[in-house]
Design a protein. Structure first.
Length: 178
């Protein structure tokens, strides 16, 4: 009986050591997310399956950063980029006509905050501290995540234009100054 008990305990210990726990899987996904990511594409998928590009256009540019301390930031510039007169300083921009400021803001999106990965490693939550859009401040944005090599796909649910949509953002990990 003593041998049987010892065998069962050893077998369970070995099985537990070999199977990744939810915490270690979460840690692994978190470690893979740390870094800078370049935006590849943004697609909005309607309930019918139709792909549309209502906010960012077909070729937006952007960057997403996750740091090891739990902070994150995202910035996206629409395609086409806003065509407003450029100014050489923030002060000049603040004095620009309201229409130019609106056009610049209309083509830009940004927020920052903290981030966490769920226990299964299948979603990341952006805990938005501040956003260009005041209504997003102190909100939580849950994104389903898929990692495939140096590609990260984030899928979020949204209710816009009177419909429930899925927004799919594909990011590519930056490994050096590109």
């Amino acid at each position: 009986m003593r041998f049987c008990t010892l065998f069962v305990v050893c077998h369970l210990s070995l099985a537990l050591a070999q199977s990744p726990s939810a915490a270690s899987q979460q840690q692994s996904v978190s470690q893979q997310l740390v870094g800078a990511w370049r935006l590849v594409s943004v697609e909005t998928i309607r309930p019918s399956g139709e792909v549309i590009y209502p906010f960012y256009g077909k070729h937006p540019e952007g960057i997403l950063m996750y740091d090891a301390n739990g902070w994150m930031s995202v910035q996206i510039v629409s395609d086409p980029m806003p065509s407003v007169p450029s100014t050489s300083s923030r002060e000049e921009f603040l004095r620009a006509p309201a229409a130019e400021k609106i056009a610049a803001i209309d083509g830009y999106y940004a927020y920052f905050g903290t981030w966490t990965v769920d226990g299964s490693g299948t979603s990341v939550t952006h805990h938005i501290r501040h956003s260009l859009y005041p209504g997003e401040r102190d909100q939580e944005g849950v994104r389903h995540l898929k990692l495939d090599g140096n590609r990260l796909t984030l899928t979020a649910k949204a209710h816009e234009m009177g419909e429930d949509h899925q927004r799919v953002l594909v990011w590519e990990k930056l490994t050096s100054l590109q």
